[in-house]
Design a protein around this ligand. Structure first.
Ligand code: NAD
Length: 421
């Protein structure tokens, strides 16, 4: 199923359950603004390469558009629309004062040099700088975009508007206005949710076996944090394949080995397997931290886990979600499970606005509070509507979005006539 249709299906199901005002649903079923551009970039060998790029501004009902930029070969408009829509719901789930947006560039970042990536990033900023800004639209990293790229982004934007503007982008390195705790925030937020969920259901951590799909920012930190909490990591994977050991593996050692070998595969204390095989192995918790459409109608019957923690966006399709819920598998949905990333992005932006930086304990205390409050609110809605956790998460977000829309009035999500120039 296409990712955007999947997102609309999730929205429609929740809207029906809560009897949502049709106009609120219709408004949120259309992104406010979509920008598509071609970026000409001079490559190291002297030739000019042309990259398709996007920025989708989905909704600014609850605050400035917010959402990452991904550099990925198959990026297309549908995917970015889906991700931008999810951001609106994710920010509303977390109760942070942002709307939703997302960006993407169709490129193979893994095969580009540092100089090419810098020129591409600066070109992207030149294309979007008039529609973004610290109080308007604030990008961040996503797949194959890094803190270094966010530093180039901030530098280029500041140059173009002739004003030092660290708050235009989050996920920056500490030295250029980043926040302590941002690098690990997505994984840490997911770990806080998992811990609280298990505590409320009297589940022990000891002996619980975990498989993590995706060993990038979200997945590798998740494996390390969960390992540190006492979970047993029995499998991990990256784009090249997986590695498995039912007795458990140390993710810090796997990371060291990945740096030497270029993949998690061929790790000394594990057995290689394909990505498809890895997510179908028996475990207690399956952390999906790679990309969308990983658990689908095709493999849902082979999934053998008790809990899925969605650190990636859209990794489980609507059909698979429904099937797994009926089988008693708890799916902790993306818009809750990975909202720690945008929450600490919000903290970073607040620190940039104040030019005053917080110690890590303060970041962690505030992050944990937001994550647990979001979970409790969703569990209350789940109890009230007797639905899946995903549907309850969408209901939690719709509840806030609908109230904001009604208070702001009928022109709520339209900026001004200049906006459409
Ligand atoms: P990343 O680029 O740091 O890592 C992606 C990882 O996935 C890499 O290890 C890559 O090898 C692996 N991968 C790619 N294709 C794969 C496949 N088919 N099977 C298994 N592994 C595969 O990206 P990230 O920032 O960790 O993002 C991962 C997911 O988490 C994305 O869906 C992203 O939207 C979501 N997410 C990230 C953040 C964040 O703060 N980084 C926040 C919220 C959501």
């Amino acid at each position: 199923m296409n990712f955007y249709k999947n997102t609309l299906t999730n929205m429609n199901k929740a809207a029906k359950l809560m009897d949502l005002d049709q106009e609120t649903l219709d408004t949120l079923s259309h992104p406010q603004k979509t920008l598509m551009v071609t970026l000409p970039v001079r490559m190291d060998d002297g030739h000019m390469e042309y990259f398709e790029a996007y920025r989708v501004q989905h909704s600014e009902l609850r605050g400035p558009f917010k959402g990452g930029i991904r550099y990925f070969p198959n990026v297309d408009l549908n995917e970015i629309k889906a991700l931008a829509t999810e951001m609106t719901f994710k920010c509303a789930v977390a109760g942070i004062p942002y709307g939703g947006g997302k960006g993407g560039v169709c490129c193979n970042a893994k095969e580009m040099s540092e100089g090419e990536l810098e020129r591409l990033t600066r070109k992207y900023v030149q294309a979007v700088y008039q529609i973004i800004g610290p109080n308007h639209d604030i990008p961040a990293p996503d797949m194959y975009t890094t803190p270094q790229m966010m530093a180039w982004f901030m530098d280029e934007y500041s140059r173009l508007v002739n004003q030092y503007s660290p708050g235009v982008v989050t996920g920056k390195p500490i030295e250029v206005g980043g926040s302590l705790g941002r690098g690990t925030a997505t994984a840490q937020g997911g770990a806080y949710i998992l811990e609280e969920y298990m505590k409320r259901h009297n589940m022990e951590i000891e002996g619980v076996k975990v498989i993590v799909q995706g060993f990038g920012n979200a997945g590798s930190y998740a494996a390390e944090i969960l390992h540190g909490m006492g979970f047993t990591i029995i499998g991990v994977s990256d784009s090249k394949g997986g590695v498995y050991n039912d007795d458990g593996m140390d993710p810090f050692h796997i990371m060291k080995s990945k740096k030497e070998k270029g993949s998690v595969q061929n790790y000394d204390e594990g057995t290689n397997c394909t990505n498809e095989e890895l997510i179908e192995k028996s475990c207690d918790i399956l952390v999906l931290a790679a990309m969308e459409n990983q658990v689908t109608e095709e493999n849902m019957k082979n999934i053998k886990t008790k809990i899925i923690l969605e650190l990636a966006n859209g990794p489980t399709t609507a059909e698979a979600d429904e099937y797994l819920s009926k089988q008693g598998v708890v799916v902790i949905p993306d818009i809750l499970a990975n909202s720690g990333g945008v929450t600490v992005s919000y903290f970073e932006w607040l620190q940039n606005q104040q030019a005053y930086y917080w110690p890590e304990e303060e970041v962690q205390t505030k992050l944990k509070r937001v994550m647990i409050e979001s979970l409790v609110r969703i569990l209350d809605f789940q109890n009230k509507h007797k639905c899946t956790m995903r549907q309850a998460a969408y209901i939690s977000a719709f509840d806030r979005l609908d109230k904001t829309k009604k208070l702001r009035g009928s022109g709520a999500h339209l900026r001004c006539k200049d906006y459409y120039k």
